[in-house]
Design a protein around this ligand. Structure first.
Ligand code: G6D
Length: 349
């Protein structure tokens, strides 16, 4: 196992450090203390060729805006909160409204724009980085002081494990995710439309015109959201289903997972043979096929465009604060928030 850290730049005198984690088989993960952003994951294809399978900006400065939220940890609350407000314990809280009057992905200065405290670690069978941050009372309009810890661990099973922990001194909505865009072709040789996605999920959440769950929980049977047998993403984006069309021909939808830590999400690229298995203890996953990736941003040596990557954002159900029939996303004062998502990279021949 190897851990290398190097200073990339400074922001207001604070060093921006890149951590490169390497296991004994050649898999590498590179991440930043800025937004806990993952900028590279090198894994082999069926010919043993190691290539990067995530989207990343060519220049660090692009992360200071980062409209696509490339690679970043998202919080305090991943997803959208309608009208940027919620009621809690008889009080109304107003959040920063950063999209059409709604609150998206933690607001103006969400966790993706934070310089986290970071400490690398290296043991015999694992290497990683532990990021920490105190989100103070009133940050983006949220109540309570929350101490957050995000740990990236790489082991010799080619598993990247992301574990999130937090504790708050007041009740507050709280659900984190990682917004990495995966593209298993390697160095973004192709877009993701030849990828196949399989998921153990019987239900999904239809969205309204602002991409916020309507509250309906719908059976996937007979819809383009049925991934139980696997589907090519090209088939999905070519669907005429109104929900596929609504978000720009693709997914941007929450799915409710049937099971946990049971190979519930599998992404496969036949040409390279690369397979990504995602397992989580989270209730759901927002699958986003990059329909809104802004054009013309420089990433992976290319001009960005739609469908260059797919996000598998494991998290609580979006806008849960407004849907009492969704599992709650409220972190009670003094309760430990704990969530783990594991990304396993394999090769299929
Ligand atoms: C778009 O609607 C999508 C979001 O789900 C995504 O997280 C964001 O782009 C990056 O707003």
């Amino acid at each position: 196992m190897k851990l290398v850290q190097e200073q990339r730049t400074k922001i207001n005198g604070q060093p921006i450090i890149a951590f490169t984690l390497a296991n004994d088989h050649g898999m590498e993960v590179t991440c930043l203390n800025y937004g806990c952003i993952i900028t590279s994951i090198l894994v082999p294809d069926k010919n043993g060729k190691y290539e990067n399978v995530v989207l990343a900006f060519d220049d660090f400065s692009s992360y200071l805006t980062n409209r696509p939220y490339l690679g970043a940890v998202i919080g305090r609350v991943a997803g959208r909160i309608k009208n940027s407000c919620f009621e809690l314990n008889g009080k109304t809280y107003r959040l920063y409204a950063n999209e059409n009057g709604n609150h998206l992905h933690g607001g103006k200065k969400g966790f993706h724009h934070i310089i986290w405290q970071a400490a690398g670690f290296s043991k015999k069978e694992e290497v990683g980085v532990c990021f920490s941050h105190r989100s103070v009372d009133g940050e983006e309009g949220y109540p309570g002081n929350v101490d957050v810890q995000v740990t990236y661990t790489l082991n010799n099973e080619n598993e990247l494990i992301i574990s999130y922990q937090a504790i708050s001194d007041e009740d507050t909505p709280f659900t984190l995710t990682n917004h990495t865009y995966f593209n298993l072709s390697g160095n973004v040789k192709k877009d993701i439309l030849q990828h196949e996605l399989k998921m153990k999920s019987d239900r999904f959440l239809p969205l309204d015109h602002e991409f916020i769950p309507t509250g309906e929980i719908k059976d996937v049977t007979g819809t383009p959201f049925d991934l139980r047998q696997g589907k090519k993403l090209r088939e999905v984006i070519e669907s005429t289903d109104p929900q596929i069309r609504l978000v720009g021909q693709g997914y941007d939808h929450p799915f409710i997972l049937n099971t946990h830590h049971d190979e519930e999400i599998v992404l496969f690229d036949r040409e390279s043979g690369r397979t990504l298995v995602v397992e989580t203890d989270e209730v759901g996953v927002v699958v986003y096929t990059g329909n809104q990736i802004p054009h013309g941003e420089k990433m992976n040596g290319l001009q960005s465009r739609k469908y260059l990557g797919i996000c598998l954002e494991t998290q609580a159900l979006p806008d849960a604060v407004h849907h009492p029939h969704f599992p709650s996303c409220i972190l009670q004062a003094g309760q430990l928030y704990s969530s783990t998502t594991k990304y396993t990279f394999r090769v299929s021949y």
